[in-house]
Design a protein around this ligand. Structure first.
Ligand code: MD3
Ligand code: FE
Length: 202
């Protein structure tokens, strides 16, 4: 099913469902090479979400700011390459949502434990704002929050489940969004955890 969340934003319910086991095993392999870590915000706060990346670029945050790097600052090595299955999934989802020729070079992998949240923000570190962002949810459910182009705009909420894919492009690309505090629950494939992949063209 393809449900419009906003102008330019589509929820593809269960779009990745049959690929979730292989996605999770690839996340494990990536994390063996580039560990999940809690990044520091420019303001000096530790993010409750744990993050890693794959692809030729990876998103990082530290006291100097937010940016994309070609190397993992923890190891000094390049980020693990993006599995072809990841990019193929992201491309197919973007196409279904009306964004042809999406070529992601970065995949940020977020890991949420119970009590973790992601405060309202815009994704604005990408040079290419014409390209959409494709997100894949895995594991325990989350309440996704999104507003408008201004932080003060009314917030809407929608549950994201294991295997759901959301594509944010066009007018929705600069939408303020976040994730409400993750409740304690269990998923057969991830235990108490939620993972989210976000595919970006930087
Ligand atoms: C709307 N991640 O990594 S994914 C992020 O569930 C991020 O981990 C959330 O926000 C998560 O930056 C939400 C859905 C999403 C991702 C990017 C967007 C929604 C978006 C960019 C613009 C507008
Ligand atoms: Fe975001």
């Amino acid at each position: 099913k393809r449900v419009p969340l906003d102008c330019g934003a589509w929820l593809l319910g269960g779009f990745a469902l049959h690929e979730t086991p292989v996605l999770l095993s690839m996340i494990r392999e990536i994390a063996d090479q580039a560990s999940f870590r809690h990044l520091e915000t420019p303001g000096g706060r530790r993010m409750s979400v744990a993050m890693t990346n794959c692809g030729s670029a990876g998103w990082v945050s530290d006291r100097r700011g937010y940016r994309y790097t070609d190397r993992d600052p923890l190891s000094g090595r390049t980020w693990p390459s993006m599995p072809p299955l990841f990019s193929a999934l992201a491309r197919r989802a973007a196409e279904v949502a009306g964004y042809g020729s999406f070529a992601p070079d970065a995949c940020l992998i977020n890991r949420y434990a119970p009590g973790t949240r992601l405060t309202l923000h815009q994704d604005r570190n990408e040079a290419n704002l014409d390209a959409p962002i494709v997100s894949v949810s895995l594991g325990v459910p989350a309440i996704f929050l999104w507003g408008g182009q201004r932080r003060s705009d009314r917030i809407r909420r929608h549950a994201l489940h294991h295997g759901d894919v959301v594509v944010w492009g066009g007018p929705a690309r600069m939408t303020f969004h976040g994730v409400d505090t993750i409740a304690k629950s269990n998923h057969d494939d991830t235990g108490e955890l939620r993972f989210n992949l976000t595919f970006r063209a930087t």
